[in-house]
Design a protein around this ligand. Structure first.
Ligand code: SAM
Length: 269
């Protein structure tokens, strides 16, 4: 099955316009992933499939296109410097800032298969353990419905949970088979998973104290990044922290966030 230049350019522009993801240098990735999908699903050509996506942009095939083309690599305790910083600086700030309402609003904005928001949920439980009455739900969103389904189930292999502290594993994971563990119901309930495209207006209730926007902006061009950071900034409490991937950076001229240290920024008005 051959992907023509025209079909390739159509996919690049469709995915860029709708989801901000730049695949212009990713022809091999596109063919590698889509070809398998098309063969498994009985398509004879790319054009037959792309016509379906175009006809119904909210339909099953459009959803599957994004499920196939997004890169969802993640793992528990990734960039552990952020978890240390949360514990030592960001959460103590929240505790003081939100002392009256006792609500902490945290958003994992590219949550993938759930490792990031669940580790945050565990960290929050540990941090607020002795302080009763705190509402410690967190919001976790992603574009891909495939990874969200996995995330909601909260099932992981033994090797996947290995980076978590032993104490957390014992408290927050239940062995469900020889190979598999599941995040406890209590922790799963603490995380609200929603499908959300970071290109859209942010309409979630309330203002966030902390946003994790890690390892997703790498796929976006400068204008998309700038506009996303502005929309997030406007939905954050003054003093709030935003964490990005440790290999990412934000151009000073492109944001109102103030630099704190590599990959950590803050809204200070
Ligand atoms: C590499 S994963 C990052 C997971 C986690 N934050 C981490 O750092 O380990 C990137 C995620 O961003 C999601 N993503 C890509 N474009 C998006 C968009 N426009 N809106 C929402 N999520 C998007 C992908 O589906 C993928 O699951």
């Amino acid at each position: 099955m051959q992907l023509t230049d025209k079909e390739f350019l159509w996919i690049v522009s469709y995915v860029h316009e709708k989801y901000g993801i730049n695949l212009s240098q990713k022809r091999v990735l596109i063919t590698g992933r889509l070809q398998n999908y098309l063969l498994r699903n009985g398509y004879q050509s790319y054009s037959e499939y792309l016509a379906k996506v175009e006809q119904d942009p909210k339909g099953k095939e459009a959803v599957n296109l994004i499920n196939v083309l997004t890169t969802n690599h993640t793992y528990f305790m990734r960039e552990s410097v952020h978890f240390d910083y949360m514990n030592k600086v960001a959460l103590p700030w929240v505790k003081q800032y939100a002392a009256a309402k006792k609500d902490v609003r945290i958003w994992s904005a590219a949550a993938s298969t759930g490792e990031e928001p669940y580790a945050l949920a565990m960290l929050l439980r540990e941090f607020f353990e002795l302080d009763k009455g705190w509402d410690i739900q967190l919001l976790a969103t992603d574009l891909s419905t495939r990874v969200l389904k996995h995330a909601m189930e909260g099932k992981y292999l033994a090797e996947q949970i290995s980076p978590l502290p032993e104490k957390w594993k014992k408290k927050y994971l239940k062995r469900i088979s020889e190979e598999e563990y599941q995040v406890t119901e209590e922790v799963r309930k603490q995380v609200v998973f929603r499908q959300f495209n970071l290109m859209d207006n942010i309409k979630f209730k309330g203002m966030f104290h902390i946003v994790f926007l890690r390892n997703v902006m790498i796929y976006f061009d400068d204008d998309t990044k700038k506009s996303l950071l502005k929309r997030i900034y406007d939905r954050m409490e003054n003093g709030g922290y935003i964490f990005i991937g440790t290999t990412e950076s934000i151009d000073k001229a492109a944001t109102q966030f103030k630099y704190v240290q590599p990959s950590i920024y803050r809204k200070i008005k």
